[in-house]
Design a protein around this ligand. Structure first.
Ligand SMILES: [Zn+2]
Length: 159
């Protein structure tokens, strides 16, 4: 699966595993063990997985919007920002928790402290990524809105 797509899925609340060192056998093993859906560019891997009774989707599209739309159509992935901010760390897939900005003053710029009041931190101590609803969040919301508009447009031209 594409790394960026994995981060998007986590942002949308889905438990997504990504490992650039994975070979086909790893995908199949993990899908079996943890009941996961394989997302791949590789038709052969998809066919092999399906023969074993695993769910697999081919994502062969150049843009993040098109990839997300495929996931929406194939798997019903909801293309909207979660109301409760991030359900998962987009870096490591762990859960995140609210953190008081006083506890992380040395890790965020003064400008960020001035502009944002709510912060979150990844629960995984090896990651500890800090999040806030910055411009990145807004951009993601716009991308998702674009996706929804494309889907609506497709629907209206189909009718
Ligand atoms: Zn993390």
């Amino acid at each position: 699966m594409y790394h960026r797509l994995a981060r998007w899925l986590r942002m949308l609340g889905y438990d997504a595993v990504y490992d650039q060192d994975f070979v086909d056998q790893d995908f199949i093993h993990l899908a079996k063990e943890e009941n996961r859906i394989i997302l791949t560019r590789d038709e052969d891997l998809k066919r092999r997985a399906q023969k074993l009774g695993l769910q697999a989707v081919t994502i062969d599209a150049p843009t993040i919007e098109e990839r997300l739309i495929i996931l929406h159509k194939e798997l019903g992935v909801e293309l909207a920002l979660p109301e409760e901010f991030l359900p998962r760390c987009t870096i490591c897939n762990s859960e995140i928790r609210v953190i008081d900005s006083n506890e992380i003053l040395d890790q965020i710029s003064e400008i960020t402290q001035l502009h944002y009041k709510e912060f979150w931190i990844c629960k995984n101590p090896e990651c500890s990524q800090i999040y806030w609803r910055g411009s990145h969040w807004e951009k993601m919301g716009n991308t998702l809105k674009d996706c929804r508009e494309i889907i609506e447009l497709d629907k209206s031209t189909e009718d």
